[in-house]
Design a protein around this ligand. Structure first.
Ligand code: AP5
Length: 217
């Protein structure tokens, strides 16, 4: 399956993508995680992305689209992938359609996670991530690790993202409404969108997502 996950910052895209990717046996491709890995390794791509991420702005399309295409072209994604955080504006959605057409494949579904803004603010404020693997995501109250500050899955150190502060979160939400939300209508016109509520326990949202993907595809 080839799936796009869309939703505001803090909706639970990364959390759900990690679980859905395991269930569906496809790789979880997060452009945010790819940028953070590049920043951690000090690459040129990471240097180009950092100031945009710290400000809560989108990294320019010419950097982002090439990076996403390279990752989707890797062998483990040949039978499918779950895209988290890409595409994030209409130009990226059109570029993705072009890449898939070039490869003779198409999207199976777009999963749209709906969650009220006051909830996303609470989720982001308490989020902690694993330094070894950014797809291991926790919350200090809603989804705490067994040992404070330590990843349950690999023992890595947990940290708080630099862009999870109040001002940057406000910018990220504004950018989501102006740049990213329009891609939902774009994909609705293609008849591939499933919208679900992302409220409730993590496993309840996963069950809802799997049901929606089965029902609509
Ligand atoms: P990115 O890393 O993609 O961040 P985002 O879209 O802002 O989304 P988040 O990672 O903040 O939230 P999420 O929905 O994954 O929620 P999570 O599962 O962690 O992008 C960061 C930046 O990179 C962008 O601002 C931009 O600069 C750049 N970028 C990335 N892609 C780009 C692109 N395509 N083009 C240009 N620039 C790009 O969950 C949040 C918290 O809630 C966690 O603590 C979790 O434990 C908790 N939680 C999850 N589910 C539940 C639940 N059901 N109940 C209670 N708590 C829950």
């Amino acid at each position: 399956m080839r799936i796009v996950l869309v939703g505001p910052p803090g909706a639970g895209k990364g959390t759900q993508a990690h679980l859905l990717a395991k269930t569906l046996s496809i790789p979880h491709i997060s452009t945010g995680d790819l940028f953070r890995a590049n920043i951690g390794q000090g690459t040129e791509l990471g240097k180009a992305a950092k100031s945009y991420m710290d400000a809560g702005q989108l990294v320019p399309d010419e950097v982002t689209i090439g990076m996403a295409k390279d990752r989707m072209a890797q062998a483990d994604a040949a039978q499918g992938f779950l895209l988290d955080g890409f595409p994030r504006n209409l130009a990226q959605a059109e570029a993705l359609d072009g890449i898939l057409a070039e490869w003779g494949i198409k999207l199976d579904g777009v999963l749209d996670l709906e969650v009220p803004e006051d909830e996303v603010v609470k989720r982001i404020a308490g989020r902690r991530l694993c330094r070894n693997d950014g797809s291991h995501v926790y919350h200090v109250d809603y989804n705490p690790p067994a040992v404070d500050g330590v990843c349950d899955e690999c023992g890595g150190e947990l940290y708080q993202r630099a862009d999870d502060n109040e001002d940057t979160v406000r910018n990220r939400l504004d950018v989501y409404h102006t740049e990213t939300e329009p891609i939902i209508a774009y994909y609705q016109a293609q008849g591939v969108v499933s919208t679900i509520s992302a409220l409730g326990k993590v496993n309840e949202v996963t069950d809802r997502a799997i049901e929606a993907l089965k029902r609509d595809n």
